[in-house]
Design a protein. Structure first.
Length: 252
């Protein structure tokens, strides 16, 4: 069984310690307006990534939290990018994934309430190929994050809990990111710069408590608990999708 505390420490060392070194090696200048770090290309020994940008959500069974996050993200991308939503690919899997299973009925109900599509979902067990193919891995808990990182594949610099990534993204000055653009390649580059900037901040901006970076599992709970989970995920996604696309959520 993975030691969550030691794996957490390794994640912070990978996400912060090595990137503290980055500030020395590549010179992390300060944004003129915000005083926050300006992201620069750095790959921590991993090869630079190319092609469409892919997000992978991970929870335990891949029938509750990660399907909600996957489908809400797709919904938000469509609302903001329209036909270009496919420039960012979104998938999910579970560390103990219910392979071939549908999402929980309460999870589907919550998605319907947000206007998100529930069709065609099939649960998956997390595999090496999923981690290798992902530019950004967002997990429900620190334990899931530790399990992903323990799989290798230079995943440490691109794996966060969902709420951890939200917290870090909020501290990044949008002016330090590439401008929102039209082509898939430019969308992907902005997203990859965002991930590197968040990794650089991980050891400097800490959560009030470790649990504050986690989304609790509603599996087996009544619909009200699923609604709470959906709201928590929906709120966490807004800063992320805004930063990825450069397009704010439209409120009416």
């Amino acid at each position: 069984m993975t030691d969550v505390r030691s794996a957490d420490s390794r994640a912070d060392q990978v996400g912060a310690g090595s990137l503290r070194g980055t500030a020395v090696r590549v010179g992390m200048p300060l944004g003129a307006r915000s005083g926050r770090p300006v992201p620069r290309p750095y790959y921590g020994g991993a090869e630079p990534r190319h092609g469409a940008f892919k997000i992978l959500y991970v929870c335990t069974g891949n029938v509750c939290r990660s399907p909600i996050a996957e489908r809400l993200t797709r919904h938000e991308l469509t609302d903001r990018l329209g036909a270009r939503a496919g420039d960012i690919l979104v998938e999910s899997a579970g560390t103990w994934g219910h392979e071939g299973a549908p999402m929980e009925s309460n999870a589907a109900e919550v998605l319907v309430e947000y206007g998100a599509d529930t069709g065609g979902f099939v649960g998956r067990e997390l595999l090496d190929e999923h981690v290798i193919g992902a530019d950004l891995v967002l997990t429900a808990t620190r334990d899931h994050r530790a399990q992903v990182i323990s799989m290798g594949h230079a995943a440490g610099l691109r794996t966060f809990t969902l709420k951890e990534f939200t917290r870090l993204v909020k501290a990044i000055d949008p002016a330090t990111l590439p401008e929102a653009a039209e082509s898939p390649a430019e969308v992907a580059e902005r997203a990859r710069v965002l991930v590197r900037a968040a990794a650089a901040l991980r050891g400097w901006l800490l959560a009030a408590t470790p649990e504050a970076d986690e989304v609790d599992d509603p599996y087996g709970a009544p619909l009200g608990m699923f609604r709470n989970c959906g709201e928590e995920i929906f709120d966490a996604l807004d800063p992320i999708v805004t930063a990825l696309t450069g397009v704010a959520r439209v409120t009416v």
